[in-house]
Write a protein that binds this ligand. Structure first.
Ligand SMILES: O=C(O)CCC(=O)C(=O)O
Length: 269
């Protein structure tokens, strides 16, 4: 099978239905090339200086990764807080929480010679499984054209509906999600997926952002990762996604001694 593909003006309900059925879907050309080029240019030096720090068997040894993307590139906020991504997230995640937050934002550049990443579910970081409840969602933005040869993300359609989580085994269908630069692959936290091996002579860069239910601990500690002065320079909806908001009135509240809200200059909506 092929994952379903949508244009950027497609109805959110149609995208959500495809996600609920297949576990993943592509929205083509969701942002223009200029934004992507700006982001890539901001990330070049960090990729080259910091990108090898997280090398391991899971992340690969021919793949560069950077985590603190919001600190390194203001343009990243346009993707992380993209209105269409949030509209899809609202439908999938707000069924189980009052607000959601980013879990992680990771720029990934897969270099020639990298092998297939092990297929996995992103929500396995949370040690519970309640069928039907989605704890998180991911959006992988293509910062280059993703092709079969250069490592387009691999996905196991329908794996989010497996009643008992298990490893992928022979016979499970695996599809790849090639897409043009500026397109985005959406997938549920319970969907088995992984980066593809790069059998080309070019690199494949992507930015993958996870969004988790607001009552769960964030995968990456955003308060320590992003300096407060950088957080303050972002609009409120990005500050909230970073985590500067309570979950309703009961979780994560903070009686700021300096006055209203979370940070100087920040007032909760
Ligand atoms: O690079 C990709 O296409 C997917 C990466 C991924 O799933 C991960 O690192 O968790």
């Amino acid at each position: 099978m092929e994952l379903q593909r949508f244009s950027k003006n497609a109805a959110v309900d149609d995208i959500v239905n495809a996600l609920r059925r297949d576990g993943a879907a592509v929205i083509e050309n969701l942002v223009g090339e200029a934004i992507v080029d700006d982001l890539k240019s901001d990330l070049r030096e960090p990729f080259d200086t910091l990108g090898r720090e997280t090398e391991n068997d899971f992340n690969g040894y021919r793949t560069l990764r950077i985590n603190s993307v919001l600190e390194l590139s203001r343009t990243s906020a346009e993707l992380i807080g993209h209105a269409k991504a949030k509209a899809v997230m609202d439908e999938i995640l707000l069924e189980y929480c009052k607000s959601y937050r980013i879990g992680s934002c990771t720029a990934i550049e897969i270099h020639p010679g990298e092998k297939d990443q092990v297929l996995h579910r992103d929500d396995s970081i949370y040690p519970v499984r309640m069928p039907g409840l989605e704890m998180q969602m991911s959006v992988m933005w293509a910062l280059d054209d993703f092709t079969i040869e250069n490592g387009a993300t691999r996905v196991v359609p329908g794996s989010h509906r497996w009643i008992e989580p298990r490893d992928v085994r022979e016979g499970d269908e695996i599809v790849q999600a090639p897409m043009s630069k500026g397109s985005a692959l959406f997938y549920l936290g319970s969907t088995q997926h992984g980066g593809g091996g790069n059998n080309s002579d070019e690199t494949r860069a992507g930015l993958v952002n996870t969004y988790a239910l607001g009552w769960l601990r964030q995968e990456v500690n955003q308060y320590l990762s992003i300096p407060q002065e950088v957080v303050l320079s972002y609009p409120r909806h990005i500050q909230e996604l970073i985590g500067y908001a309570g979950h309703g009135d009961d979780l994560g509240w903070y009686p700021n001694p300096e006055g209203e809200g979370w940070l100087p200059g920040y007032t909760e909506s």
